[in-house]
Design a protein around this ligand. Structure first.
Ligand SMILES: CC(C)(COP(=O)(O)OP(=O)(O)OC[C@H]1O[C@@H](n2cnc3c(N)ncnc32)[C@H](O)[C@@H]1OP(=O)(O)O)[C@@H](O)C(=O)NCCC(=O)NCCS
Length: 239
C-alpha cells in the first residue's frame, strides 16, 4: 500500500511540479481507448496541454498512454486540484449505459474542476447550435442548425445530429449514428453505432438504441431497443 502511495506521489511530483503555472493544463479522467481519442482531439485543437491521466485500473497506473503518465486513480483528484490544475476532460466512453460517465462528470464538478469541451477541427458545428459544457465532438461529427446539446455529451466520430435536435445531458451519440431533424434524445441515453433515428422521434432518458437500429417510433425511458425497425429488447439495466 505504502509502495503504491509513493509511486503516486513520485508520478505527481514529476507530472505536476508545484512551481509551474497550469493555465493550459488539463487532466484526463480515464486512460482507455476513448480517452486516447479525446486526447488527440485536444491536441488537434491546440488549446490545452494534457499533463496527466487518472484511471481506477491499477494495471494502467504508472504507464504512459500516448506519452502522458497515468498518475493513479480518481482519489488523486483533490491533490491534483490542490496543485493548481483546474481543468479535466472526461475520457470515459460508454458502449451502453452512460451512468459512469455522468458520475465522473458530477465528481469533477463537485471538486471544483471545469470540464473542458473537446471538439475536433474536422467536426462541423452550426453557429446556431447551443452547446453544453464538456462536449466531446469527434472528427467528422456534424451538429446542425439550432440543435441543443446538453452537458457532457459525446457526438462521436462521424455522427450526425441534424437541425433542431435536442440531446440531453450525458447522452452519447455513437460513431456514425444519425439523428434526423428535431429528434429529442433524453438525458443519459445512448444511440448506438450506425443507428438511424427518424425525424421528430423522442428517445427516453437512459434508453439504449442498439447498433444499427432504425428507430421509427418513440422509445420509452430506460429501455433497450434494437433491430430494423427497432423494437424493445428483452433486456434491462440501463441506468
Ligand atoms: C443492443 C445491445 C445494447 C444489446 O446488448 P446485450 O444485451 O449485451 O446483447 P447480446 O450481445 O447479449 O445479444 C443478445 C442477442 O441480441 C442480438 N443483438 C445484440 N445486439 C443487437 C443489435 N444491435 N441489433 C440486433 N440484434 C442484436 C444478438 O445477436 C443476440 O442474439 P441471439 O440471442 O439470437 O444470439 C448491444 O448489442 C448494442 O448494440 N450496443 C451498442 C454498442 C455500440 O454502439 N457501441 C459503439 C460505441 S461508440
Amino acid at each position: 500500500m505504502l509502495k503504491q502511495a509513493e509511486l503516486h506521489r513520485a508520478l505527481l511530483d514529476r507530472a505536476l511540479p508545484k512551481t509551474t503555472a497550469w493555465n493550459d493544463a488539463v487532466v484526463g479522467l480515464a486512460a482507455g481507448g476513448h480517452a486516447k481519442v479525446v486526447m488527440e482531439v485536444i491536441r488537434a485543437e491546440g488549446k490545452y496541454r494534457v499533463v496527466g491521466l487518472v484511471d481506477a485500473r491499477e494495471d494502467l497506473q504508472g504507464e504512459d498512454v500516448l506519452g502522458v503518465p497515468v498518475l493513479g486513480g480518481d482519489e488523486l483528484l483533490e491533490e491534483i486540484y490542490a496543485r493548481g490544475v483546474r481543468r479535466v476532460f472526461i475520457g470515459l466512453g460508454a458502449v451502453q449505459a452512460t451512468r459512469s460517465r455522468a458520475a465522473l462528470y458530477e465528481k469533477a464538478i463537485d471538486l471544483g474542476f471545469e470540464v473542458v469541451s473537446a471538439i475536433h477541427p474536422a467536426a462541423v458545428v452550426s453557429p446556431s447550435a447551443r452547446l453544453g459544457e464538456g462536449l466531446t465532438g469527434m472528427a467528422g461529427a456534424i451538429v446542425g442548425a439550432e440543435a441543443q446539446i446538453g452537458i457532457n455529451v459525446i457526438v462521436n466520430t462521424g455522427a450526425i445530429v441534424e437541425h433542431g435536435c435536442t440531446v440531453g445531458d450525458h447522452a452519447h451519440i455513437a460513431t456514425g449514428a444519425r439523428l434526423a431533424g428535431d429528434v429529442a434524445v433524453g438525458r443519459g441515453a445512448m444511440v448506438g453505432i450506425g443507428a438511424c433515428v427518424r425525424q421528430g422521434i423522442k428517445i427516453g432518458c437512459n434508453a439504449i438504441v442498439g447498433a444499427g437500429a432504425v428507430v421509427v417510433k418513440d422509445v420509452p425511458e430506460g429501455v433497450v431497443v434494437a433491430g430494423v425497425p427497432a423494437r424493445i429488447f428483452p433486456r434491462m439495466e440501463t441506468k
